[in-house]
Design a protein around this ligand. Structure first.
Ligand SMILES: Nc1ncnc2c1ncn2[C@@H]1O[C@H](COP(=O)(O)O)[C@@H](OP(=O)(O)O)[C@H]1O
Ligand SMILES: [Mg+2]
Length: 363
């Protein structure tokens, strides 16, 4: 098994710098940004993507990147888009020139920043090294002051080898209260929020505070011990967005497992982080309707490895491993189920029953 120590160090620093910039976008009042730039999430997305891609290109210039955005919008002469581009250029250079490892000596030019954003055009596949990036996963959560995550993973020959996730609105201490959904003031005021999660294949999963310096120790994380006998005491999490995961099916699965506590709803891959550090036990993401939506690899790669390395098991609704080797989507899979390895099979059995009862057993 290869050692991805250098990649891990670079990825943590890239995610840290990008996450701090998204946090700044959030904290410099969403309402004023909304007026001038239309969408703060666009500013945050482009800025985080440029920061991460530029740092990856500096260290691993041959690696490909599978990302969601390109810079076409920022090349428009439209006044709105020009204002957006100026904002992004300012934030990217602020992020890259802030003190710490990988600090830039001089700002990047507009052309360099647009080129960095455009690097995310790889189509994925089974051969070679590629990074997959979601600069702001959980865009809806970001906008409502809920959970969102800056997610980066390294895929080599179709397997996820390294996952790093920045969760600026998640408490460092898993037992601390999460900020109330939609309470932007709380997110702005609390100084105990912001975590980076990291996992490297075969090396375990860890967390560290987002605001820590690069030499800060990583703390190991583990899924909560849960056995089939006490499965009814488990807690499960799901998307806030009903369109992303069938909440009715999820509720039925919980009922079959004897779980009576209500689901914890959370945006983004922060759900994987919660399961990985034993804050929640099960993450259910059951397909909506005819199940035609194809999940994107950048929405799952980092979280999947972090849960697996923390002692959990991640699969699709049928119990099959997620297949990251066939392009930009998980088209060989339907839905996602993450749980402690010792109860995963029981959860999958409940998923099968629930889908059959809904007449969707073929999914
Ligand atoms: N119909 C659908 N079913 C499942 N996921 C969807 C979806 N439409 C969009 N998504 C994805 O769901 C992600 C958010 O997941 P969650 O609900 O867990 O917060 C989105 O990521 P972005 O927010 O990066 O766009 C988006 O890629
Ligand atoms: Mg996403």
């Amino acid at each position: 098994m290869s050692d991805y120590r250098k990649e891990q160090e670079v990825a943590i620093e890239a995610v840290r710098r990008a996450s701090l910039i998204t946090q700044k976008v959030l904290q410099t009042s969403i309402s004023s940004l909304t007026k001038s730039d239309k969408s703060p999430v666009t500013v945050g997305d482009f800025s985080a993507q440029a920061i991460i891609n530029a740092i990856l290109a500096k260290h691993f210039s041959d690696d490909k990147i599978v990302g969601e955005e390109d810079a076409d919008d920022l090349r428009s002469k439209d006044a709105d888009k020009v204002a957006l581009k100026e904002k992004v250029i300012g934030l990217v250079n602020e992020g890259l020139m802030a003190e710490g490892a990988d600090q830039l000596e001089k700002p990047l030019s507009e052309t360099e920043i647009l080129e960095a954003i455009d690097k995310g055009n790889c189509q994925g596949g089974v051969k070679g090294r590629m990074w997959t990036l979601d600069p702001i996963d959980g865009t809806k959560g970001f906008l409502r002051g809920g959970q969102y995550a800056v997610c980066l993973a390294l895929i080599v020959d179709g397997e996820v080898r390294l996952g790093v996730m920045g969760c600026p609105n998640l408490p460092i201490d898993k037992s601390a209260k999460k900020p109330q959904e939609g309470n932007l003031d709380e997110v702005k005021q609390r100084d105990d929020l912001g975590v980076i999660f990291v996992a490297s294949e075969g090396k375990g999963a860890f967390q560290r505070p987002l605001h820590a310096t690069s030499s800060t120790q990583l703390t190991p994380i583990k899924t909560r011990e849960i056995t089939p006998e006490i499965l009814s005491k488990a807690s499960f999490c799901e998307s806030v967005e009903a369109g992303h995961s069938s909440q009715g099916t999820n509720a039925k699965i919980a009922e079959f497992l004897g779980i009576s506590s209500p689901s914890v709803r959370m945006d983004s891959q922060a759900k994987y982080a919660s399961v990985a550090r034993g804050d929640g036990d099960i993450y259910l993401r059951l397909p909506v309707g005819d199940g035609s939506y194809q999940e994107k690899i950048w929405d799952h790669a980092a979280g999947c490895l972090i849960v697996t390395e923390a002692g959990g098991k991640v699969s699709d609704a049928k119990g099959r491993p997620l297949d990251f080797s066939i392009g930009r989507t998980l088209k060989n899979n339907k839905g996602v189920v993450a749980a402690h390895a010792s109860v995963h099979a029981k959860v999958i059995e409940a998923v099968r029953k629930a889908l059959e009862e809904e007449g969707r057993g073929h999914l």
